[in-house]
Design a protein around this ligand. Structure first.
Ligand code: MG
Length: 296
């Protein structure tokens, strides 16, 4: 059996557990995305977008349906209060699941025009929700329902969940996708799955504007979609052949091989040191030596 990890730079050996093997936890998906660890239930929730459902997995119970239909939900995360916040393709919404299970809409339009199909999101320490809005859920009926874009652009938005105000924070992306802050929230990483297809980094200013956009990494194969940042600031990004790990300076540290195309990953597990990977039909995991970045 081949090794699951490949060290490119010696620093990678501090992030992984020698001999750790990839586990195959669940299958049956068409395009698995949006993994989020739910500490209260020690479970992993993720999206199976084309099947219009969300699934859940725990060590004891295995995999089962979490929500169906799901409005073609894609990315998921937790807010500061531990509530599930999600990007929904059809109709295009950002939603929050309340503790009693009620799903409420936080955003569905920008200046009166429907959102395209919110893809992935992250919550900042001030409670604001930053999300990407590419057209993947409206290009065809595969991951939603085909229609014309009312906005006519693919923006990155900042949402104030209290006022409902939406602000464009990124207008120079082709198809913005994965999004995550560095641990100090002074920089933000955003993947573009359009042209050029790469992972970019931007400076977050005190007024929540983004400037100084530049390429952070261009994984090979070029398929950075969703990603997470660990406590040391390293970026763990999906790539065509698994998960690639980049240091904050952009150095490629190492790779985790996955037998299917990976779309996203998430730190979780009882001690936070399990990396869950959504990859095409399946959910995988591997034990690692680092946790996700705590919020400032
Ligand atoms: Mg995505």
């Amino acid at each position: 059996m081949p090794d699951s990890t490949e060290t490119i730079h010696p620093r990678f050996d501090d992030l992984i557990i020698p001999g750790a093997r990839l586990r195959h936890l669940a299958d049956g998906c068409v395009w698995a995305e949006g993994p989020v660890w739910m500490p209260d239930s020690s479970s992993l929730v993720w999206s199976d977008i084309p099947n219009n459902r969300m699934l859940t997995w725990s060590e004891g119970a295995g995999a089962s349906t979490f929500r169906e239909p799901s409005g073609y939900t894609n990315g998921n995360t937790l807010d500061r209060e531990g509530r599930l916040v999600s990007c929904q393709h059809s109709p295009g919404l950002v939603t929050r699941t309340e503790p009693d299970g009620t799903v409420i809409t936080l955003a569905d339009n920008y200046q009166g025009n429907k959102l395209n199909s919110p893809n992935d999101l992250v919550v900042k320490s001030d409670g604001s929700i930053w999300f990407t809005d590419p057209p993947y859920g409206i290009l065809s009926d595969h991951e939603g329902h085909q229609r014309e874009s009312e906005i006519g652009a693919n923006y990155v938005f900042r949402l104030d969940p209290d006022s409902g105000d939406l602000t464009v924070v990124g207008d120079d992306f082709d198809r913005p996708n994965g999004i995550a802050f560095a641990p100090d929230e002074e920089t933000i990483y955003i993947a573009d799955t359009g042209k050029p297809r790469n992972l970019r980094v931007l400076t977050v200013n005190d007024d929540n504007t983004l400037t100084n956009i530049r390429e952070f990494a261009a994984p090979d194969p070029p398929a950075s979609d969703g990603f997470r940042v660990d406590a040391r600031g390293n970026v763990w990004t999906s790539a065509g052949d698994g998960v690639h790990v980049f240091a904050p300076d952009g150095t490629l540290l190492g790779k985790i091989s996955v037998p299917e195309e990976a779309a996203n990953c998430e730190f979780g597990g009882p001690d936070g040191r399990t990396l869950f990977i959504t990859a095409t039909t399946s959910l995988y995991s591997i034990d690692v030596a680092v946790t996700r970045a705590p919020r400032p």
